[in-house]
Design a protein around this ligand. Structure first.
Ligand code: SAM
Length: 507
């Protein structure tokens, strides 16, 4: 969701005093009788009959989901702020920007009339109150803005005004219930401006995100394409308009940021899209009244954080719904197409190998069953030795599953692997003797090659789940510098082999 900001001076901003004085709100907050926002409430899930509890992130395949109780541990250099786990590179930029920040503000970035200035003010105040109520006791209200920033809590809870539920089988949205989908609903009436919580996730530069989605953890057993699908499905771009503020020029020049809730998410990552059949018709439009939540970027100091905020009054029991945007669904369709093509390709290869050489393969593996033969074949497929992780390969059979034997996947994922000119491994030589490599190396016309992806939406496009963002100089490395963002109101997607498609992934 790349959102053009039309921030009005003096609105939607909470100014925190730099001095030892108490915080100053300005402008004065007008009372909003009907649309009184509430700060995020204490954590807990309502134990209703259909409520679903999140899995722990603690090993086993169940960790591979969006909504997790415990997030993965921090990697070296990473930092967790307000539910946003910043990669080491992002964290370095964050620290640098915040250190130099002259902005002692909490500023929701206004976008496309989603919220009135009064509601933006209210959001700013609610964020401030929510953060303050989760600050360590030693950071008083009189702390300087810098101290306050340094002490921002690692996470903020989602209150018990929402609960997770399983989508019922009679839900009119095609495929949502069948995929075992979860959703989020209100447990009581929610007013416009209510903050549901941070959109918790892993914040990466776009280039890091592209690398990460090709590099699943060794425990992931469903192939690289399925991993990518999940990463995209829970991804959102953190979008800040270039002219967000004269104080934030540096930020506007940072490379695009993506946040993925996959394996990191809280309840907010379960907010569904209201479209009926977006996977059949990704261009399906959404009636504004069907949407009741926005992913709202809020600048805290000089850094944008994403919060899920109620944008239309919600009744108790009503599902919370977010317009993912057409670009999301177009990209998701593309990703699903890639995954299916890889599956088909793999199945074909395995069938052909088994049909052609069952006897020899049995002898080769010393086994007599087809299953064992497949397993030993996967063992024999040359791997990117020493590059397993960087190449996105999932290792030997038993760890990575059959998907790694797909040449298409290897083509896409093995930039660091031995090239054709290099000496083949003993296993590869053995395979060659048995006519296996010819099959494995056959090009697959259905499969896409590596692609460069970039999705950005202009201010007039409907909001995709993936917000777009900043570009820039702060990334330091020229390779990380901004890529062009599309024309206003347009979708810009670069693909070396594909026509521009739009948006996003799914589970
Ligand atoms: C961010 S997740 C939302 C939570 C998801 N339902 C779950 O159970 O994890 C986004 C995914 O939910 C599914 N989804 C959301 N809205 C949908 C809709 N209107 N129709 C079909 N699938 C939908 C898609 O699989 C999509 O990629």
């Amino acid at each position: 969701m790349r959102v053009k900001t039309t921030r009005r001076k003096g609105t939607g901003t909470v100014c925190r005093a730099q001095s030892a004085e108490a915080e100053v709100l300005h402008p004065a907050q007008p009372p909003l009788a009907e649309e009184q926002a509430e700060p995020v409430l204490a954590p807990s899930l309502s134990p209703s009959d259909t409520a679903v509890l999140p899995p722990d992130h603690g090993g086993g395949t169940h960790q591979f989901t969006g909504f997790v109780h415990r997030q993965p541990p921090l990697e070296k250099g990473e930092r967790r702020v307000l539910g946003h786990t910043l990669s080491a590179r992002v964290a370095a930029n964050y620290e640098c920007l915040q250190k130099r920040s002259k902005l002692a503000f909490i500023t929701p970035i206004s976008k496309q009339a989603a919220f009135t200035p009064a509601i933006l003010d209210q959001i700013a105040k609610a964020v401030d109150e929510c953060i303050s109520s989760h600050m360590p006791a030693q950071v008083s209200r009189e702390a300087s803005f810098r101290q306050w920033l340094d002490a921002l809590p690692a996470d903020l809870p989602v209150g018990n005004s929402v609960e997770v539920f399983r989508i019922p089988p009679d839900d009119p949205r095609q495929g949502l219930a069948a995929s075992g989908g979860l959703g989020l609903r209100a447990t009581r009436p929610l007013a416009v401006g209510t903050i549901l919580g941070p959109y918790r996730g892993h914040v990466l530069f776009q280039s890091e995100f592209n690398q990460r989605k090709r590099d699943p953890s060794p425990q992931w057993e469903q192939g690289v394409f399925a991993f990518r699908e999940q990463m995209e499905s829970f991804g959102a771009d953190i979008s800040v308009a270039d002219d967000i503020s004269p104080h934030c020029k540096a930020l506007a020049k940072v490379e695009n940021l993506t946040i993925s809730a996959f394996m990191y998410g809280n309840e907010t990552c379960l907010i569904n899209d209201p479209r009926r059949s977006p996977l059949q018709n990704p261009c399906e439009k959404v009636a504004a009244r069907a949407v009741n939540v926005e992913l709202q970027p809020v600048l805290i100091g000089s850094w944008p954080f994403l919060f899920a905020v109620v944008s239309r009054a919600v009744r108790a029991g009503q599902e919370l719904l977010l317009d993912y945007g057409q670009a999301y669904w177009q990209l998701l369709l593309e990703v699903i197409g890639d995954r299916k093509a890889a599956d088909v390709d793999l199945a074909k290869q395995e069938a052909r190998i088994l049909a052609q050489q069952p006897q020899q393969l049995s002898q080769l593996s010393g086994s007599t069953t087809g299953v064992e033969t497949q397993a030993s074949l996967q063992d024999a497929v040359p791997s990117c030795s020493g590059h397993a992780s960087a190449c996105g390969m999932v290792g030997p059979a038993g760890e990575g599953g059959g998907a790694t034997s797909s040449p298409a996947i290897r083509r896409e994922l093995e930039p660091g692997c031995p090239s054709a000119g290099q000496e083949a491994s003993p296993a590869a030589q053995l395979m060659e003797q048995h006519s296996i490599s010819a099959v494995a190396d056959e090009p697959s016309p259905q499969l896409p090659g590596p692609r460069q992806e970039h999705v950005a939406l202009g201010p007039n496009a409907s909001t995709p789940l993936r917000p777009g963002v900043p570009r820039g100089v702060l990334a330091g490395n020229p390779r990380d510098q901004a890529r062009p963002i599309g024309e206003k109101g347009a979708i810009a997607k670069k693909s070396s082999r594909h026509q521009p498609l739009h948006s996003q992934p799914r589970r």
